[in-house]
Write a new protein. Structure first.
Length: 255
């Protein structure tokens, strides 16, 4: 019997190892939209730890990749704001530094404070950047969020069931409990993110893993989640290689 070439057997072993690692440990994703800016930029290529949630539960502040509940064939990435059984409240206020009408999030009676850091122009629009401090036990998770220069219409849940909602304002649910076995997620680009406010909660079984590092980054055109395929992923990486952002490489998200 003819012996299998050494290069072919080594290639098969490499493919098997890569598939095993991808299935159980680490998987690569790319960021197609601006919904997580300024934390994650369009053209960031990230690694996601798929093992961590086999050993522990997701926590407030984690940036997670999950199967979109409306269409599980699509992967979304957002930040966990509240977990199973948590009480979530939205409180509107007028920021004294910018004069903007904004909103803060409160979980289990504890407010997530906002500290204004300045404004930035992106795609022809003005965004106002704040540092948000999330309470996780006796620890605070600090990260940056963007609000637009327009009064938001989404300081609460757009889509909700009456039995979950404890308080409504302007036809939005502004006080509610997160169902058991589910998570409430939001994008850091608060006025430019389709998240739990619009389509509901993320079931625990839909969470794929936790983002932990940017392994490459480059200037690429934005995509909608529906546009993303294995082929567009390769195309985006090729474009990123031609337009690299070296200062982004190696950025960790460990809280």
């Amino acid at each position: 019997m003819k012996q299998v070439p050494k290069w072919l057997s080594e290639l098969v072993l490499i493919v098997i190892a890569v598939l095993f690692i991808r299935a159980f440990f680490v998987q690569a994703f790319n960021i197609p939209s601006a919904s997580m800016q300024p934390t994650l930029l369009i053209g960031d290529f990230i690694l996601v730890n798929k093992l961590v949630y086999r050993l522990t539960e997701p926590r407030i502040g984690d940036i997670v990749v999950f199967r979109y509940p409306v269409n599980p064939t699509l992967d979304y990435i957002k930040r966990i704001v509240a977990g199973p059984g948590d009480l979530v409240e939205f409180e509107t206020f007028r920021d004294p530094e910018t004069g903007l009408r904004l909103y803060k999030v409160k979980v289990n009676g504890k407010e997530f404070p906002l500290e204004y850091r300045g404004s930035v122009d992106f795609n022809g629009k003005r965004f106002y950047e704040f540092v948000e401090k999330m309470n996780r036990g006796d620890k605070q998770i600090e990260h940056r969020v963007w609000y637009s220069g327009f009064s938001t219409r989404f300081a609460g849940l757009v889509s909700y069931t009456e039995d979950l909602c404890l308080e409504k304002r302007y036809n939005l649910c502004v006080k509610f409990y997160v169902p058991e076995g589910s998570y409430f997620v939001m994008g850091d680009n608060r006025d430019n993110s389709e998240d739990s406010r619009f389509w509901g909660f993320v079931p625990r079984q839909n969470i794929v893993g936790k983002a932990f590092v940017v392994y490459f980054s480059g200037e690429v055109p934005p995509l909608t989640p529906e546009d993303v395929t294995i082929f567009t992923g390769f195309r985006q990486l090729f474009i990123a290689l031609l337009n690299p952002r070296f200062e982004r490489i190696g950025k960790f998200f460990i809280y």
